[in-house]
Design a binder for this molecule. Structure first.
Ligand code: IMP
Ligand code: MG
Length: 184
C-alpha cells in the first residue's frame, strides 16, 4: 500500500455480517419453497459476498460465475463491456439471482441483465451488497440491496483498488492525500 492512500472504516465486519444474514432471510422468503435459486456471482468483487450469502441462505442453491471486462471511455456512459469468463451452466428455465458486489453507474448490471435475459431464464433478479445510487447513468432494477452508500470509493470484503484490499473483512473508504488525484 503506498503511503498516500488512507483507509477509513465504513462498515465493520459485524455490520456487514448482520446485513448479509438479513438479506439472506429476505431472499429466502422471496422464493417459493422447493425452488433452488441459481446464483451467478460477478468475479472478482462478488466472491466473498457470495460465499457468505450462500451459507446464510436456508435452502439448496446452485452457483456459477461470470467475469466481466469494461473498457471505459472517459465518461463511462459508453463503456464497452465484454464477458471474459462466461457461464458454465446454461440458465434457460432457471431462477437466476445475480450476486453483485456494488452497482455504481449501472452499466455493468444493465448489460448483464440484457445478456442473461436473452438466454431465457425463468426468473432473473439481482442482489447487490452495495448501491451507489447517486452515480447511476442507467436505470436498473435491483431487488435486494445491502447498503446504499455515498459516492465514495470503497474497498474490502472482495472489492479492490488495483487488486489490493480484497481480503479485508470490513468495508473501507479509500482516500488519497488532497494533493493526489481522487481515487476512481
Ligand atoms: P458500474 O458498471 O459503473 O455499475 O460499475 C460496477 C463495477 O465497478 C463494480 O462491479 C466494481 O467492479 C467497480 N466499482 C464501482 N465502484 C467501486 C468502488 O467504490 N470500489 C470498488 N469497485 C468499484
Ligand atoms: Mg462487480
Amino acid at each position: 500500500m503506498s503511503a498516500e492512500l488512507t483507509l477509513t472504516v465504513l462498515l465493520t465486519a459485524d455490520q456487514v455480517h448482520d446485513r448479509v444474514r438479513a438479506l439472506a432471510a429476505e431472499i429466502n422468503t422471496s422464493y417459493p419453497t422447493g425452488l433452488d435459486p441459481h446464483l451467478v456471482s460477478v468475479l472478482k468483487g462478488g466472491f466473498i459476498f457470495l460465499a457468505d450469502l450462500v451459507r446464510a441462505l436456508d435452502r439448496p442453491v446452485t452457483i456459477d460465475f461470470v467475469a466481466i471486462a469494461s473498457y471505459g471511455s472517459g465518461t463511462r456512459s459508453s463503456s464497452v463491456i465484454t464477458l471474459t469468463k462466461d457461464l458454465e451452466i446454461g440458465i434457460a428455465d432457471r431462477d437466476v439471482l445475480i450476486v453483485e458486489d456494488i452497482v455504481d453507474t449501472g452499466q455493468t448490471l444493465s448489460w448483464l441483465l440484457d445478456s442473461f435475459r436473452a438466454r431465457h431464464p425463468r426468473s432473473l433478479r439481482t442482489v447487490s451488497l452495495l448501491d451507489k445510487r447517486s452515480r447511476r447513468t442507467v436505470e436498473v432494477g435491483i431487488e435486494h440491496v445491502g447498503f446504499t452508500i455515498e459516492d465514495r470509493f470503497v474497498v474490502g470484503y472482495g472489492l479492490d483498488y488495483a487488486e489490493q484490499f480484497r481480503h479485508l473483512p470490513y468495508l473501507a473508504v479509500l482516500d488519497r492525500a488532497p494533493t493526489d488525484k481522487p481515487v476512481r
